[in-house]
Design a protein around this ligand. Sequence first.
Ligand SMILES: *Cc1c(COP(=O)(O)O)cnc(C)c1O
Length: 224
Amino acid sequence: MSVHKEAYQKIKAIVNAANVTLVAVSKTKPNEDILSLYDLGHRVFGENYVQELVDKEAALPKDIQWHFIGHLQSNKVKYIAPFVHLIHGVDGEKLLQEINKQAIKNHRIISCLLQVHIASEETKFGFDAASLLELIDSGRLSNYPNVVIKGLMGMASFTENQTILKKEFDGLAGTFNQVKNKLNNVHFDTLSMGMSGDYELAIQEGSTMVRIGSLLFGARNLVL
Ligand SMILES: *Cc1c(COP(=O)(O)O)cnc(C)c1O
């Protein structure tokens, strides 16, 4: 068992003080690790891979709130639609359309975050700020009545440079506030940004939800 309970208590104290939600990112980690955080009272877990999430959901307690935080392919939405609590990485309208379709089939409203591309790296998915604002202004979100857009998600550059990270988080927080003002919608209240290496900075910059894996569960064997 390799859960870092002291780290959990420390992170919990920081996020609670800031009224921020902690998503414990358990990708590649065994069910026993999830259960040991569960036994401490934790219920919010994040996974990146559809098949792994489906297997864990079937095996673990039903009151866990499962967040899908990875890159989601449209053809896999159907596997998680029956139970997923929040999908973080919605990065295009085709995916929104499919989530809406599967939500209707399952008689559910599915909560989603729109992913915004904030890192300098080419590889990270997401809307750029301009096309996000275009989508919001177009009114097309009303085509997806079984999807509720709860907020935005972003992944900063893979760097320890605080100046770069701060600039990226600050930029995303600015976009979040712009969209929030445009939508004027009580459901739009979630800004998912910050991971093990940068969550405290992300919280300072306005994050309301952090996604933390390695600080809680130890390093992952595979670079995924
Ligand atoms: C893996 C992952 C995390 C957690 O990363 P750590 O650095 O281990 O905290 C957070 N968000 C996303 C989208 C991830 O893929």
